[in-house]
Design a protein around this ligand. Structure first.
Ligand code: F6P
Length: 556
């Protein structure tokens, strides 16, 4: 079977890159006044403007042909039907099943998955209700006030990003529960909580698909000993080890055995399935912190928004399909225009962690160089992707975007409306003005990146150091409002974008073998640092670093 770079569409795109790719965005806009209408699409409360990509209609037609030749439509149906698309791990990737409505059916290997998915959601709902009614009590009888999620990667970034984005949607009149996150193995975040929180009213959620991740288990063990040393026997009779574990820990994992072994009570476990990848898992039990912040109704609205995008992805023709178009813009930049850097720039402080979330979603999924057939690719796959809140990044790394030597693709993301419901009229006016200011900056930056010097109507020559070359391609994504529904749709949009790109590149976006060796070597290195294994055969640099560690501990 020919690889993707041997297809007709690929070759035609290489030719187009020589022509269209050499044209400046300025000229494209001058010659085609209707680019916005031609290259914008809407779905699920999102508007996608791809007119500032360095392409024309013929290029897009070729890219769509490339998607056809790569088998994107059939691959999409296989993904959503629960076929084993995660080839190296021989299992489906069914995060979309987690957001199916209760009356749907999805039969995979003879079993309808939907009832079990909704049974977990119902168990979550019962837990959330206990917290919000003040009925979830610690071992000494006080209602829990602080919930700390201990998890890393997909067991941290999704819930962290969404709880921050949707904090405005807290239900009114419930018992106050604050949600916090600790992910780093060095304990820096956790130690801060341990010095500030009251053990009697603090509960930890151990979130780990595998329940073997050393980062999370180290934090969990520290948290457990902190609680036990402060609560057992000290204040109240009957407060024993078992009661503390029961009342202060919830586990979320695909391994109920490991949760039970660690000491999580059976009815305080939320289970999910091996067919949900870690970075795709915020839609089920891993989303418990989200449901604690926005309530179960809000959480179900998040799922509904994602499901709307799933249906769009499944049914819309390729030429109108948001995830497909977003993916194709990335393929065009990466594989044909040689643009290998991609910046994510939300213009809304609530999306502070969105770029960090996408860094894992995109780079852990598509940072691969071997195809599903075991061949090494001879084309580029996932670009380097990073980002930050756009307004803050304007005062940090935009200099490079405007005048540096790197070509960078940017995604600008912003809600169209905000703050209309602020009660105090004067504050509302101020905040709505700030929102307009933010939109103005968002649109101005993508415009200057596109047009360069042409954005300024100024006579006379300017010195070189004040010139802007422009021609940096970008996508703008506008949300009607930032709500649970539109955020769900936005996340699902990027999930499917990643899948479409992986299908075109012929790689598996659902495994992450590249992270395993580092974990193994870290275990061996720890044994050496702690003196359980010798330094023989160690490379000179690592030997020097380990010896410096020993030296430092001798001097303490
Ligand atoms: O090491 C990478 C990884 O496996 C990610 O894919 C995952 O999201 C993260 O670690 C956490 O894994 P777990 O949820 O099993 O603790």
């Amino acid at each position: 079977m020919p690889t993707i770079d041997q297809t007709q569409a690929w070759r035609s795109l290489q030719d187009k890159a020589q022509q269209v790719g050499q044209r400046h965005l300025c000229d494209m806009f001058r010659q085609d006044q209707g680019r916005f209408a031609t290259f914008s699409r809407e779905a699920a409360g999102l508007k996608l403007d791809l007119s500032k990509q360095r392409w024309d209609q013929d290029t897009l037609a070729d890219l769509l042909r490339l998607a056809e030749e790569a088998g994107v439509p059939a691959a999409t149906q296989r993904l959503l039907a629960g076929e084993k698309v995660n080839i190296s791990e021989d299992r489906p990737a069914l995060h979309t099943a987690l957001r199916l409505p209760a009356d749907a059916t999805l039969v995979v290997e003879g079993e309808d998955l939907v009832p079990a998915v909704h049974a977990t959601l119902d168990k979550m709902a019962t837990m959330v209700e206990r917290f919000h009614s003040g009925q979830w009590r610690g071992a000494t009888g006080k209602p829990i006030r602080d919930v700390v999620n201990l998890g890393v990667g997909g067991s941290d970034l999704g819930p962290l990003m969404v709880t921050h984005a949707l904090a405005d949607y807290r239900p009114q009149g419930t018992h106050p529960v604050e949600v916090h996150f600790a992910s780093t193995m060095d304990g820096s975040q956790l130690v801060d909580y341990l010095t500030r929180f009251d053990p009697e009213t603090t509960l930890f959620v151990l979130s780990s698909k595998s329940f073997t991740t050393i980062d999370t288990l180290s934090n969990a063990n520290t948290a457990r000993d902190w609680l036990l040393s402060r609560l057992v026997g000290s204040r109240q009779e009957g407060v024993d080890h078992e009661l503390v574990l029961r009342q202060h820990f919830i586990g979320v994992s695909a391994s109920p055995e490991k949760m039970a072994e660690w000491g999580i009570a059976c009815d305080h476990q939320l289970e999910f399935w091996e067919w949900v990848g870690g970075r795709y898992s915020l839609w089920g039990g891993i989303g418990l912190p989200i449901a604690l912040v926005i309530g179960m109704e809000g959480f179900r609205a998040l799922l509904a928004g994602a499901h709307t995008m799933d249906v769009h992805f499944q049914k819309a023709p390729l030429a109108d399909n948001l995830p497909v178009l977003l993916a194709l813009a990335g393929i065009w930049n990466n594989n044909f225009l040689d643009i290998r850097a991609h910046s994510i720039l939300p213009y809304d402080g609530r999306l502070e962690y969105f770029a960090a979330y996408l860094e894992q979603l995109e780079m852990e999924s598509n940072g691969k160089s071997v195809t599903n057939d075991g061949d090494t690719v001879d084309y580029s796959t996932c670009p380097v992707l990073w980002g930050q809140l756009g307004p803050n990044a304007q005062h940090a790394f935009y200099q490079l975007l405007h005048q540096g030597t790197q070509a960078v693709e940017c995604d600008f993301i912003a809600p169209l409306a905000r703050y209309e419901d602020v009660e105090d009229p004067a504050t509302r006016e101020h905040l709505m003005g700030q929102h307009r200011l933010t939109l103005a900056n968002c649109f101005a930056q993508s415009r200057v990146l596109m047009l360069g010097d042409d954005a300024i109507a100024e006579d006379g020559p300017r010195p070189e150091h004040k010139r802007y070359r422009g021609n940096q391609p970008s996508t703008t994504l506008l949300l009607e409002r930032l709500t649970p529904e539109t955020l769900g749709a936005l996340i699902a949009l990027y999930e499917h974008k990643v899948f479409v790109q992986a299908t075109i590149w012929g790689i598996n976006p659902f495994d992450q073998w590249g992270v395993e060796l580092g974990k193994k070597i870290a275990n061996e290195t720890r044994d050496i640092i702690e003196g359980r294994q010798g330094l023989d055969d160690m490379d000179d640099s690592t030997r020097g670093l380990i010896e410096a560690t020993w030296q430092a501990s001798r001097e303490r």
